[in-house]
Design a protein around this ligand. Structure first.
Ligand code: ATP
Ligand code: MG
Length: 253
């Protein structure tokens, strides 16, 4: 077995005359958190959709756990789980019922036990018996991520796990993602936020104009830029720092 859990080579995809992916290459190693960073419309969701077999590429190759996404889609599906850009919960069901439903669908021996373990792990015990449509954005996301863990997939795709969340909820989701990685799961996440990639990812790839323009650890990426000139200016906190300081969450990361 190679160490590469995700291998993408020369991936291409166009929609009509719009070339979205123009030869995307990257590799993700076992147990890594890898961030695909790109602005709106860069092709992040397109990449994730191809890797999770929801969409066919026009060219290039992609393998997950050694299985080719085009030739062995069933094996790929057995190896992955996808948490899409928009939460996939049933709002009419409680958090616990959502988890039980998926556990049953995936053939878990003891769905109630699976649900209770995940509720505890993602700090959703108190909300377990409330309908999911009454959850906050951060809680919905956490439940969504918890659902994607059922069946213990080797690889998890998280497409923009915190877009649209407030800073507090974002921190909650970050903690959930870190928790996942600590359990040994390989994670590919997409994000528009440099800070999110910084917080979570071992390595970061920047997707821009259809290609990966750079890949590396945060330290490597920083080294590619000329060293900052030292200037003595009073540092103004960002709005996010101010917000977090006020609500007192900053120290809890
Ligand atoms: N099914 C489709 N048909 C036509 N165009 C599409 C389709 N899916 C995506 N596109 C276009 O491809 C480009 C890349 O879209 P994609 O959703 O992959 O971007 P993204 O990086 O996920 O952006 P965002 O951060 O907004 O989610 C966009 O210009 C989008 O309009
Ligand atoms: Mg997207």
């Amino acid at each position: 077995m190679t160490n590469e859990v995700i291998s993408v080579k020369g991936l291409r995809k166009s929609f009509k005359d719009k070339d979205v992916l123009k030869g995307v290459d990257f590799e993700v190693r076992r147990g890594e958190i890898f961030a695909l960073l790109g602005s709106n419309g860069a092709g992040k969701t397109t990449t994730v959709n191809i890797l999770s077999t929801l969409m066919k590429p026009d060219g290039g190759e992609a393998c997950i756990c050694g299985f080719d996404v085009q030739r062995q889609p069933d094996d790929v599906r057995q190896s992955i789980s996808l948490t899409g850009q928009f939460a996939a919960l049933d709002g009419m069901l409680t958090g616990r019922e959502n988890l039980m439903l998926i556990a049953k669908l995936r053939g878990a021996a003891n769905p109630a036990q699976v649900a209770d373990n995940l509720l505890a792990r993602f700090s959703l015990k108190d909300a377990a018996n409330r309908r999911a449509d009454q959850y906050s954005g951060g809680m919905k996301r956490r439940l969504d991520i918890a659902m994607s863990l059922i069946g213990k997939p080797a690889v998890i795709f998280l497409d923009e796990p915190t877009t649209g969340l407030d800073p507090e909820a974002r921190i909650e989701v970050w903690a959930a993602v870190k928790e996942l990685a600590d359990g040994g799961t390989t994670i590919l996440l997409t994000t528009q936020y440099l800070e999110e990639a910084e917080q979570l990812a071992g390595r970061i790839a920047i997707l821009h104009e259809g290609k990966i323009i750079t890949t590396g650890t945060l330290a490597e990426l920083k080294r590619m830029f000329p060293p900052a000139e030292v200037e003595y200016i009073e540092k103004q906190p960002t709005l996010e720092e101010i917000f977090l300081a006020i609500i007192g969450k900053k120290g809890e990361m």
